[in-house]
Design a protein around this ligand. Structure first.
Ligand SMILES: Nc1ncnc2c1ncn2[C@@H]1O[C@H](COP(=O)(O)OP(=O)(O)OP(=O)(O)O)[C@@H](O)[C@H]1O
Length: 915
């Protein structure tokens, strides 16, 4: 059994202390002494005292790792294999006498490391900043009122209220109530333990104390109040946090794929570079020149900037999602979202508004409108009063919307239930159980103690033997009456109404209060049914349509009654192309194979009266069918399904802390439409990564072909492109347009194509063919044509000398400059072509990515400087071009883009034609 830090072996950091705040108390002393030492009481602190203590103790949070990490991270950029490869190249270049090339490579290494470092830091900050989108809060008693405050403002002496699903956010001693807590975060053992208020036990391990709860654990059941003893780094969790450093972030599959591809290309580049060496010697080069050309080839073809750009694209995606209401906890989730094929959603609050209003009542065989005066309907009054007694919600402090609707209904019937009085009259509470789908209370009433039960009709009816009549008496619940009830229920459900049954049982004089749930929930008298509307949220129907167009199937998994859920599903368009309702009992009956078959069909399914276990099984079955599953959940019991889904989606507003922790994505607005928006963003990020991979790969061909021509001609054709010119393209002109492609707006039709298969990689055959054969091939032909044209124009014949001092030297310099400028021009065409994967440029809009236009403007200015500034002419071996050269080159972007535009048009046409 490992119990980290429990023994107190680690020193707690010194606590800020002033004379007027309480000293660290003994956590095991009697409660009265503890209150005295903490200078507090069961009524909590005043907000002024709390503010004062916050100053003294500091915020209740774990301190972050300090900034001293960055020198190591920066250093690690230089020890990356690609950086080492380049460093070896620089040393070789230096040794072979090419000092300029060596310096250039060192500049490349520095720039690249700086860029990658900046991107990594930014990505990390983006993920850390997400915490701010999810403000964690706790309920406390401040100034004698229940108040919700940010967790960071809790101080020792505060009285906190802990309920099911809460994360315990400080070390505290229970003062009343009992809770079941999951201690796994602290002890590593996921066994739930019960902690309840009572006299402090002496001795034993701190974590075993019966009345202490600890920061970082979660409450999975019960209610309690507790007084905070320690906060922040002084908690047990803080001690452990001080010990352990955060692990490294996991790499996303996308990053892994690109990392592999980068390696492959680096190996190809090195092999090509080494192979060039003998070819260069054979073509008549000196050893020094041959080595520097080999190195140039390697440097030109190693895609150094690719990985940092991808990290940047993912980080930008995460930030954009957060702005739209979806907080993603890992960078890699963005790409998984893009391939989502199935969304399993809750109904209440996600598809609907979660604002319930009782509209119809069923009383002894009569269906009546819910809003009636008390005189009109004494039966309605009894029903509403019983339902309101059986609640725990407090309109001032929020609570279950179903219960709030019941409290409102009681007020409308003139029998308001004040939460404080209701709680004072309560003798016993059997809380809502997700399996039994009902809850019961034993309350003192004017006519003596009574059991009140409310819940899903079929579950409450199980416990009823009689039904209340209009005359105030009760009669047996016969089979005929049950059948009639069933019909009424289906009528309500067909209208999408959510129905609760309410029952009671006055205790006979002298009868002992029921001690167990079974005792309480038996022999009940049905008082009636309450039907509530919870209308669909605006925007859900549109989001469902978008999801369907994008080939995504939607299943509803709800605790509600099948026909009710099906009616709501129908209203928002789920199941438009075929649907069915499957009850929780039916799912329980199916074995795994049968469940796999059930979800393999094309229909959309409403899983009704589902249990959390069923949710997990449905998720497993869908994944076994090859689906990428996004699954919503809000309860404590949903955590396993949320963890198991590809994308667990928790509700930021209504969900529990436990669900939020298990999820990959948290919706700050709880809205179904936000899930679809997130899928859209995921697809867009993936597309954009492909766009700049295409762009960066395309230039390899026109850069390598000149070397091949030179080598294969045995030196008869002078080298059409110098190594430094290649570096000027790869590290100068191309950088900004490549970055801008990572920020492309979504391509039209992004959400009308089917989801990307889970197995398809970012770099596939189609992308390579398009980059190397089409875009690269056309560019190479144009560039080489222009090079030879320029030489011939000047009267050159193969084998003629072109070196310094030769008559053709100036013409040769102009020709290499034409090659250089030609590649830049072709890459401008490639950039526009890369903007669309399938659509036409017209559909995308020429000016819809202003960043790209700025990037191209920069590219042109940079190129002009290299060609016309005398100092740069000497460095890069260029010569000024005349108007005829410029006119020729100006046509290149149009030709390259046009060739790709035609190819895309053909692809679109053949996709549209029926097979
Ligand atoms: N506070 C409550 N007291 C008693 N019964 C309840 C209460 N809340 C819900 N129920 C009953 O239990 C059923 C299941 O509720 P649950 O909260 O699991 O799902 P839901 O809110 O209907 O839907 P979803 O799972 O889509 O959020 C409800 O249909 C209702 O009949």
């Amino acid at each position: 059994m490992s119990r980290p830090a429990a023994a107190g072996a680690v020193r707690t950091p010194p606590r800020a202390r002033t004379d007027d705040v309480p000293a660290d108390p003994d956590v095991r002393e009697p409660l009265t002494a503890l209150f005295r030492d903490l200078r507090t009481s069961p009524a909590g602190l005043s907000s002024r005292e709390a503010a004062h203590r916050l100053q003294a103790y500091g915020p209740n949070q774990l301190s972050r790792r300090t900034g001293r990490r960055w020198p190591r991270e920066l250093l690690s950029q230089f020890t990356q294999p690609l950086a080492v490869l380049l460093a070896v190249a620089a040393v070789l270049a230096w040794a072979s006498g090419s000092a300029v090339l060596a310096v250039a490579i060192v500049v490349v290494i520095l720039l690249n490391a700086g860029f990658a470092f900046a991107q990594e830091m930014q990505a990390e900050r983006a993920v850390e900043a997400l915490a701010a989108f999810l403000p964690a809060t706790a309920w406390t008693v401040r100034d004698r009122n229940r108040t919700e405050i940010p967790v960071s403002e809790l101080v020792p002496g505060d009285v906190v209220i802990i309920t099911e699903g809460d994360r315990v956010c400080a070390d505290a001693r229970l003062i009343d109530g009992a809770v079941t807590v999951d201690m796994s975060a602290l002890t590593g053992e996921s066994i739930a333990v019960t902690r309840s208020a009572g006299p402090a036990g002496a001795g034993g391990a701190l974590f075993d104390a019966a009345d202490l709860v600890f920061s970082g654990t979660t409450c999975i059941g019960g209610d309690a109040r507790a007084v905070v003893i320690r906060t922040g780094m002084h908690t047990e969790l803080g001690r452990i946090a001080a010990l352990s450093q955060r692990g490294h972030a996991r790499r996303s599959p996308l990053e892994n794929q690109v990392r592999r591809a980068t390696w492959l290309i680096a190996v190809v580049a090195v092999v090509a570079g080494v192979a060039f060496l003998p070819a260069g010697i054979w073509a008549g080069l000196s050893w020094g020149a041959a080595i520097s050309f080999s190195i140039g080839l390697i440097v030109a073809n190693v895609p150094e900037g690719l990985l940092p750009i991808i990290t940047l694209a993912l980080a930008v995606g995460v930030r954009e999602l957060a702005r739209k209401g979806a907080v993603v906890k890992r960078l890699s989730a963005v790409e998984t979202l893009g391939s989502t094929t199935v969304i399993c959603t809750d109904k209440t609050g996600t598809l609907t508004e979660n604002r319930m209003r009782a509209t119809r009542l069923w009383l002894d065989g009569r269906d009546v409108a819910a809003v009636r005066s008390a005189e009109d309907s004494p039966g309605g009054r009894v029903l509403a009063a019983a339902a309101a007694s059986c609640t725990t919600a407090d309109p001032a402090g929020g609570g279950d919307p179903t219960e709030l609707a019941l409290l409102r209904l009681a007020a409308e019937f003139g029998v308001p239930r004040d939460p404080a009085e209701r709680d004072a009259a309560r003798r016993r509470l059997f809380p809502f159980d997700a399996h039994l789908k009902r809850m019961s209370t034993v309350d003192a009433t004017a006519a003596g103690p009574a059991v009140h039960t409310k819940g899903a009709p079929e579950m409450v009816l199980e416990c009823c033997t009689r039904v209340q009549g209009a005359d105030g008496g009760s009669r047996p619940l016969t089979a005929g009456r049950r059948a009639e009830l069933g019909r009424t229920l289906d009528g309500y459900a067909a209208d999408g109404l959510r129905v609760l049954a309410v029952a009671h049982r006055p205790l006979a004089p002298g009868e002992a209060e029921p001690a167990t749930r079974e005792d309480a929930e038996s022999g009940l008298i049905l008082l009636g049914l309450i039907a509530m509307v919870d209308p669909p949220r605006p925007g859900v129907a549109e989001a469902v349509r978008d999801a369907h167009r994008a080939g995504i199937r939607i299943h509803v998994i709800t605790g509600d009654y099948g026909p009710t859920a099906a009616a709501i599903a129908r209203q928002v368009g789920i199941g438009a192309a075929g649907s069915r309702i499957v009850g929780g009992a039916e799912v329980d009956r199916l074995d795994d194979t049968a469940l796999d078959e059930l979800v393999a069909g094309r229909e959309e399914i409403v899983f009704a009266r589902s249990s959390p276990e069923a949710k997990l099984r449905i998720c497993e079955a869908l994944r076994a069918n090859g689906h990428v599953v996004a699954m919503t959940g809000d309860g404590v019991n949903d955590a396993p399904a949320l963890r198991h889904a590809d994308i667990g989606v928790a509700m930021g507003r209504s969900g529990t802390d436990v669900a939020r922790e298990a999820a990959t994505m948290v919706l700050t607005d709880d809205h179904f439409a936000t899930i679809v928006t997130a899928v859209h963003a995921g697809r867009r990020v993936f597309d954009n990564v492909r766009k700049f991979v295409l762009y960066i790969f395309a230039h390899a061909v026109p850069e390598v072909v000149p070397f091949l021509v030179f080598a294969l001609s045995g030196g008869a054709v002078p080298l059409p492109l110098t190594v430094l010119q290649i570096l000027a393209i790869d590290l100068g002109t191309e950088t900004l347009p490549a970055l801008a492609l990572g920020r492309e707006p979504a391509e039209p039709g992004l959400m009308s194509r089917p989801p990307r298969p889970r197995t398809s990689g970012v770099i596939d055959r189609r992308l390579l063919l398009r980059a190397w054969l089409l875009l690269g091939g056309v560019s190479a032909v144009l560039v080489m044509g222009a090079y030879f044209g320029t030489l011939w124009w000047a009267g050159w014949h193969p084998g003629d000398p072109t070196g310094p001092g030769a008559a053709l030297h100036h013409a040769y310099l102009q020709a290499t400059t034409v090659t250089f400028a030609g590649i830049v021009a072709c890459q401008i065409g490639t950039a526009f072509a890369a903007r669309a994967d399938r659509a036409s440029l017209r559909a995308v809009g020429l000016r819809s990515n202003p960043l790209l236009l700025w990037g191209i403007a920069f590219e042109l200015v940079f190129t002009a400087a290299v060609i016309y500034v005398p100092l740069l002419q000497r460095v890069f071996g260029t010569a000024a071009l005349g108007p005829s050269h410029l006119a020729l080159i100006a046509a290149f972007p149009v030709v390259v883009w046009g060739a790709d535009e035609i190819a895309r048009w053909v692809a679109r046409r053949s996709a549209a034609e029926p097979a």
